[in-house]
Ligand binder design. Structure first.
Ligand code: GLC
Length: 746
């Protein structure tokens, strides 16, 4: 009896909560309809218009000196790149002078932190720690929302398999499964418990879609892609973002097979708003509506506006095509007012959900801003995930971790002392706020080491350029040291938007500097700082120890020191393939087998190998070392045959057989041996990150259900086909430790 009472009361609570949510949504709908009824056509179009504030441009700028007047007339719905409670308050005050007092939305690229800078997203993805990435986004949202911002243009969820594309730094790498999990976590992090909470930011899944597949890795370039590749590889992280409740989407600059995303009805209406039922709104990327003229799909801005609004682009970032043409398009009966109303309702709904109609200044609390931007817990979280983002690529003779009692260390290289370099691209410089609170790599070691250690410094060379004048000094201090740490890499702004590179070498003479230091015979640890996979075969083949440190943000120096001296045992795994040469690109692990599978036996017999380089990458997807060792054993499947609607339980034991406590990312790959469409030689279908103390064993469990077996068939239906599957458990996509197989039966 007691159980029945409990069950009924739980059910009642759930019904009440659901009805509250429904009631709230209903009331917002009524409020939106009420505001819409009072709006003129010009005011409706004003809501679709977004301008850049004057602080900083993140695209080609159109100078507009009468923003204030336009806002007063209700002709602007949103501003981007407007920071701080004071500045946002001042613009919002002007919006409150408009006839209907519709509040402005303030958007910002809060990509990897706001005042506290976190590692660049591709570095964080190396952690495979979804909770840590969600926390990173949560803290970014807490700081940015306290600083007047309502909306971040993040997470960027573009799958990217071409490191020549500079924006690879902004996403989660090459894999749709890992990318989808990370997209979900980041949306949840940014948006928090619910929109309307004062520390919640609207997320924006971008760039919809397939922007990362730009031909030649050249930013903004065309994308030539089958529907299958689109659905199987590039759309899943966007679907995950919808499932996570992403409030907004941003479309992409590229065309897909000749149709620009901004004017792509199939993408924005059929898939996103239709099949996926997305209720938020889509903002165009900077000027992309007007850029359809360049694409050659429309003749002028009038046609561009028609194409974009018809295709489902709701808000116009910085092109002014809507402002200048929609009224005429309605008069010419080319655009129905209903189409504009749909876009306006989507935008007003978000403004109501954020609570901006009740209090347009709720995010402009200077005291909350002061507290949020000075919370030491944020730096701690940044330091923790930064350490988890550092990939141990090589550790010959266990040179690492270094002893804190090392007598003399020579810390050399052009990236030892700079501050802002550690922030990477898409960092935020907040007017009036000191951003030089970055812990440099030099400072990080000073913080870590006591007076027992002498820390010597030499720059050695610049990041770019040919001069070797600094080599002699660097070699001299290396000779005095017990160990050398060399910090080299790209400049922070060599990766990011519009940063395509045709060569991926470490710039300048930095590897020559390494050669000069190796000649001293001293043990050398190399730190490589970059926003993308680089090609560094000399370093990889000659340096005894290598840490890929990416760009780690505010706490870079402390995190690097934590790993160097063993206070954190590196656990990161690569979310993207590192090629041996640019010539291998595109190269990724989940490739098809082909009719003449590549071998690596240099036979050069009729197969799909290269004649001049290995078919294998330098470092594969999922690769990363630890200071300890992990043994994989006792793989068991609950059954060897399963029906489509059944499940198989997979268990495996992992043991820490080394000398350090550590974490391991246990990866599960499947191969569907035969399909009506060829299936990849392996696909990541699950992973677990576990912590194991020295000598400790844990059993890891995976469940295989039909979702993990499905793929898009010839008709693009999501199906499971009976047949044999290989199952692989690996420490990377190539380091497969245990195998088994099973059959799916009708
Ligand atoms: C840029 C980027 C986009 C960003 C927007 C606003 O061009 O493509 O990712 O959110 O403009 O800065």
């Amino acid at each position: 009896m007691k159980k029945v009472v409990i069950y009924i009361s739980v059910l009642l609570i759930a019904v009440i909560q659901l009805s509250n949510v429904t009631a709230q949504q209903k009331s917002i709908k009524q409020k939106v309809d009420s505001v819409l009824r009072s709006m003129t056509l010009e005011e409706k179009i004003g809501q679709l218009n977004q301008y850049n504030d004057d602080w900083k441009a993140t695209g080609p700028v159109t100078v507009d000196n009468d923003k204030a007047n336009q806002i007063r007339k209700g002709q602007v719905g949103s501003l981007l790149n407007c920071l701080g409670t004071e500045r946002t308050r001042s613009w919002q005050n002007i919006a409150m002078q408009s006839r209907l007092k519709i509040p402005l939305l303030f958007g910002q690229d809060v990509i990897h932190g706001y005042k506290t800078t976190f590692p660049i997203p591709l570095a964080e993805a190396c952690s495979w720690d979804l909770d840590a990435m969600q926390l990173s986004a949560r803290i970014a949202a807490t700081e940015a929302s306290a600083s007047g911002i309502h909306w971040t243009f993040a997470p960027m969820v573009d799958i990217a398999r071409d490191p020549r594309w500079g924006r690879v730094m902004e996403g989660a790498g090459e894999d749709p499964y890992l990318g989808s999990k990370i997209a979900y976590a980041r949306v949840k992090g940014f948006q928090g418990n619910k929109l309307g909470d004062v520390n919640a930011l609207m997320a924006c899944a971008k760039h919809f879609a397939a922007y990362g597949a730009a031909i030649g890795g050249r930013d903004y370039n065309s994308v030539d892609m089958s529907d299958r590749m689109l659905w199987e590889t590039y759309l899943p992280p966007f679907k995950a973002a919808v499932d996570a409740g992403a409030a907004t989407f941003m479309n992409s600059f590229n065309d897909i097979n000749g149709v620009p995303a901004t004017g792509n009805k199939y993408l924005q209406r059929d898939i996103l708003k239709g099949k996926w039922g997305f209720k938020g709104f889509v903002v165009s990327d900077w000027g992309s509506i007007g850029e359809m003229i360049n694409h050659g799909n429309v003749k002028n801005e009038y046609e561009a506006a028609l194409s974009a609004i018809t295709a489902g682009s709701d808000m116009d970032m910085e092109s002014r095509c809507y402002k200048k043409n929609l009224v005429q398009l309605v008069k010419d009966k080319k655009v129905a007012v209903a189409l504009i109303d749909d876009a306006v309702k989507r935008i007003l709904t978000k403004k109501f959900e954020l609570g901006l109609f009740d209090d347009p200044f709720k995010f402009c609390d200077t005291e909350r801003e002061r507290q949020a931007l000075n919370n030491p817990e944020h730096a701690k979280a940044a330091r923790a995930i930064a350490a988890k983002s550092i990939v141990l690529l090589k550790n010959q003779n266990n040179l690492l971790p270094l002893s804190k009692n090392t007598r003399t260390i020579a810390f050399i290289g052009p990236l030892v002392k700079p501050l802002r370099q550690n922030k990477g691209f898409w960092d935020i410089e907040i007017p009036g706020i000191d951003s030089n609170f970055i812990v440099s790599q030099w400072e990080g070691l000073q913080n870590k080491l006591g007076t027992n250690t002498t820390l010597l410094y030499a720059k050695g060379c610049n990041i770019e350029g040919t001069t070797k004048d600094g080599f002699a000094e660097a070699v001299e201090i290396a000779k005095q040291a017990d160990v050398v740490i060399l910090s080299i890499g790209e400049r922070r702004d060599m990766s990011g938007e519009a940063k395509s590179r045709s060569m991926l070498n470490i710039p300048g003479v930095q590897e020559d500097l390494l050669a000069a230091l190796l000649a001293t015979g001293k043990p050398i640890v190399v730190l490589i700082n970059a926003g993308r996979p680089l090609v560094f075969n000399y370093t990889a083949d000659n340096a005894p120890a290598i840490l890929y440190t990416w760009w780690l943000g505010s706490e870079a120096g402390n995190a690097i020191a934590d790993v160097l001296f063993g206070d954190y045992n590196p656990s990161a795994k690569l979310p993207i393939t590192f090629p041996v040469s640019v010539g291998q690109i595109p190269i990724y692990y989940s490739h098809f087998n082909t009719g003449r599978p590549a071998t690596n036996d240099n036979s050069h017999n009729y197969n799909s190998s290269y004649n001049d380089v290995s078919i294998f990458p330098k470092y594969e997807f999922g690769y990363g070392l630890s200071y300890t060792d992990f043994q994989y054993s006792n793989l068991q499947l609950s059954k060897k045959k399963m029906k489509v609607n059944e499940e198989i339980e997979v268990i495996v034991t992992i043991t820490n057989t080394g000398k350090y406590d550590g974490e391991e990312v246990v990866q599960l790959y499947l191969r569907d041996k035969v399909g009506s469409i060829a299936r990849p030689v392996k696909e990541l279908k699950d992973f677990k990150k576990i912590k194991l103390n020295i000598g400790e064993s844990k059993t890891v469990k995976f469940i295989i259900g039909k979702e993990k077996l499905s793929f898009y068939n010839q008709q693009l239906q999501w199906v499971v086909e009976p047949g044999d599957f290989d199952l692989m458990i690996g420490a990377s996509s190539r380091d497969i430790r245990l195998k088994d197989n099973f059959e799916v039966v009708k």
